[in-house]
Design a protein around this ligand. Structure first.
Ligand SMILES: *[C@@H]1O[C@H](CO)[C@@H](O)[C@H](O)[C@H]1NC(C)=O
Ligand SMILES: *[C@@H]1O[C@H](CO)[C@@H](O)[C@H](O)[C@H]1NC(C)=O
Ligand SMILES: *[C@@H]1O[C@H](CO)[C@@H](O)[C@H](O)[C@H]1NC(C)=O
Ligand SMILES: *[C@@H]1O[C@H](CO)[C@@H](O)[C@H](O)[C@H]1NC(C)=O
Ligand SMILES: *[C@@H]1O[C@H](CO)[C@@H](O)[C@H](O)[C@H]1NC(C)=O
Length: 423
């Protein structure tokens, strides 16, 4: 049954590079922004059809130095762009220091940027243009458009910034469109959680380690809970007990229901590990986050063994995923495409990317955690959770995240300075 969980994880469950969670009483940006739209091709890579859609983006230029001051460009991920705008406090915090314009670009198929309106998710035909390549092309067109149309932005150096899947996009944007962006800050970006680049079990062993740290016996109790639930759910009385203990809205009736409960519990543990912030943050989940991507190009192998982690053992089963995808969407995933497209571990010919990672964040398993070259730099924040560095400064921030942000700003200044001398 964990296969099903993993499938859900990849499809938009909590492990699924979730859009940072929606927060009750959502944080507001420190300054107002303007909402804009740009007409984009639905298919950038074919000339067969000429369909277009409106991509939403947000602009805040209060601190921008009009004469080619820099642009910090948020590469939107799977969610409403206003959410990322409100919750990427780091950009708001550094705008003044860098004299930067902030642009938050919405990812196609999310928020208001729906290629086919309410039909966008109706079937795999309409979902066919939901790929990272198309999203990057949208970003490139938008950057060009801004440079051409905004007075004083013609030679503005643009820096891509993103977290989680958005961090992967920021890194890939710099790799694929180095003429559009001078550098990228890729926070908690698991660009190596593909193919056999990293062991499939590391993700879950990091979740487990977080719980080991949080109290003696904590991870053991969770590991033992699966068998206890299995045992209880073999009898009606046990099912009843589970239902009332967990205050479930509808009582568990059989083993399938119990498996759902286990999935839900697993997701909860993973969530807790990811948003292990030094201050109180109350998150809710926006779903569905990844309607089809895990069934096309975003195939991230994951597995558990119940020894190095606290979950029920489950091998990575690509064939099962493929069957599930075929059943639900009529498509089969192509696990090696991302490697062909973005180079896997062979990325040393690229430059000017900072990869930041939280040591507590399970997604650091697939992240770049060691320096590759002088300009492909890894920052590890030992006591950091999922892209903590992109959040607003907070008095409770550990020193490690303050240092990480300082280093990130330092690299951004270097890229900007170098760009100033090159035109
Ligand atoms: C495609 O659409 C764009 C914008 O909708 C339009 O300006 C252009 O002329 C069209 N091109 C063709 C070949 O139809
Ligand atoms: C972001 O903040 C703006 C302004 O405070 C608010 O109108 C909007 O609802 C917020 N968006 C989200 C998704 O929280
Ligand atoms: C989309 O909206 C139109 C008009 O409001 C409606 O007729 C159609 O059934 C909707 N389609 C879906 C898939 O919801
Ligand atoms: C990366 O390079 C190594 C050796 O340099 C090679 O064995 C490997 O196949 C390459 N991987 C990709 C994805 O090109
Ligand atoms: C990478 O290099 C930078 C600059 O020298 C350094 O600050 C950082 O700690 C290095 N990262 C790792 C993971 O060693």
């Amino acid at each position: 049954m964990l296969r099903f969980l993993l499938f859900l994880l990849l499809l938009g469950g909590p492990g699924a590079l979730p859009a940072p969670r929606r927060r009750r009483g959502a944080a507001s940006p420190t300054a107002p922004y303007r909402t804009r739209y740009l007409r984009q091709q639905i298919d950038h890579f074919g000339f067969d059809e000429n369909l277009t859609f409106q991509q939403r983006y947000l602009v805040a230029d209060q601190h921008w130095k009009k004469d080619n001051g820099p642009i910090l460009f948020y590469t939107g991920n799977e969610g409403d762009i206003t959410w990322f705008c409100n919750n990427t406090g780091f950009m708001w915090d550094v705008a003044e220091e860098l004299n930067a314009m902030l642009v938050f670009a919405e990812h196609r198929y999310y928020g208001e940027s729906l290629p086919f309106g309410n039909e966008s998710f109706s079937d795999s035909k309409h979902l066919n243009y939901l790929t990272s390549e198309q999203a990057l092309a949208d970003f490139a067109v938008l950057v060009e458009y801004l440079k051409m149309t905004v007075a004083g932005a013609r030679y503005s150096p643009v820096i891509a910034i993103g977290g989680s899947y958005g961090g992967m996009l920021a890194a890939w944007f710099r790799m694929k469109y180095p003429h559009a962006v001078v550098g990228a800050l890729a926070a908690s970006a698991p660009i190596w959680q593909f193919g056999d680049l990293v062991p499939c079990g590391t993700y879950f062993s990091i979740v487990t380690n977080d719980f080991k740290k949080s109290g003696t016996g904590c991870s053991e109790s969770i590991r033992n809970s699966w068998n206890a639930i299995n045992h209880l759910s073999s009898t009606d009385a046990g099912l009843q007990w589970l239902s009332s203990t967990f205050h479930l809205c509808s009582p568990l009736k059989n083993l399938q229901d119990a498996a759902m409960l286990k999935n839900w519990l697993s997701e909860t543990w993973i969530n807790l590990a990811m948003v292990n912030y030094p201050y109180k943050a109350d998150f809710l989940q926006p779903l569905p986050a990844w309607p089809i991507q895990a069934c096309t190009e975003m195939v991230m192998p994951m597995c558990t063994d119940g020894v190095n982690d606290m979950f029920e053992p489950q091998k990575w089963d690509f064939d099962a995923l493929s069957e599930e995808c075929y059943k639900v969407w009529g498509v089969r995933p192509r696990p090696s495409w991302i490697l062909s497209m973005y180079g896997g571990k062979n990325i040393s010919s690229h430059s000017n990317i900072v990869f930041s990672n939280g040591g507590l964040d399970p997604w650091s398993a697939g992240g770049v955690t060691q320096n590759i070259t002088d300009s492909l730099v890894a920052i590890v924040i030992p006591d950091g959770a999922h892209h903590l560095d992109l959040r607003s400064r907070n008095p409770l921030d550990p020193k490690s995240v303050q240092q990480a942000r300082a280093l990130e700003i330092c690299y951004m200044k270097q890229w900007i300075e170098k760009a100033r001398h090159s035109h």
